[in-house]
Write a protein that binds this ligand. Structure first.
Ligand SMILES: [Zn+2]
Length: 155
């Protein structure tokens, strides 16, 4: 079951998007929505620090642009809320724990709380999402046809 179609480009490549709305498909949308992410790598796990910021302007019609920005903020608030609930659950469950690996157990509990959200995001992806690494960027498209057009314009 393909859930998103992923296209990987070098980080330094300037991507060309099809001239239609990423959300509704309207041609010549005349507006853009900025999509960004922080690079991930070994430092993310070791130091729990985000990497360099990467963002692109993706064509979107004005109503979809507003909708996508609202949805992004709602998603962030929801992610932070369940992340904090995960931390609270870890503190509650491990409050009196004196054994080894307490930090990793806390991380595991927090991630377990986020797991339903990760599954939801996989089953119902946003129109576009990015995963940036040190040298490449993975563009994740909900619409496989849009992804195919993107490939023909960039690869
Ligand atoms: Zn649209």
């Amino acid at each position: 079951m393909p859930l998103s179609t992923d296209v990987t480009l070098p980080r330094i490549a300037v991507p060309t998007f099809p001239d239609r709305c990423i959300n509704c498909g309207t041609s010549k949308p005349g507006s853009h929505v900025r999509v960004g992410t922080n690079a991930i790598g070994w430092w993310t796990l070791v130091f729990w620090l985000p990497g360099r910021r990467f963002s692109v302007a993706v064509p979107a019609c004005e109503p979809c642009r507003r909708r996508l920005v609202r949805r992004r903020w709602g998603r962030r608030i929801f992610e932070w809320s369940i992340g904090l609930m995960g931390v609270a659950a870890a503190l509650y469950l491990l409050g009196s724990y004196r054994g080894p690996f307490k930090r990793w157990l806390a991380l595991g509990i927090a991630l377990a709380c986020l797991l339903p959200w990760f599954i939801w995001q996989t089953l119902f992806p946003p129109p576009i999402d990015l995963t940036a690494y040190s040298d490449t960027v993975q563009y994740e498209f909900r619409d496989a046809d849009y992804a195919d057009e993107f490939v023909s314009l960039n690869v």
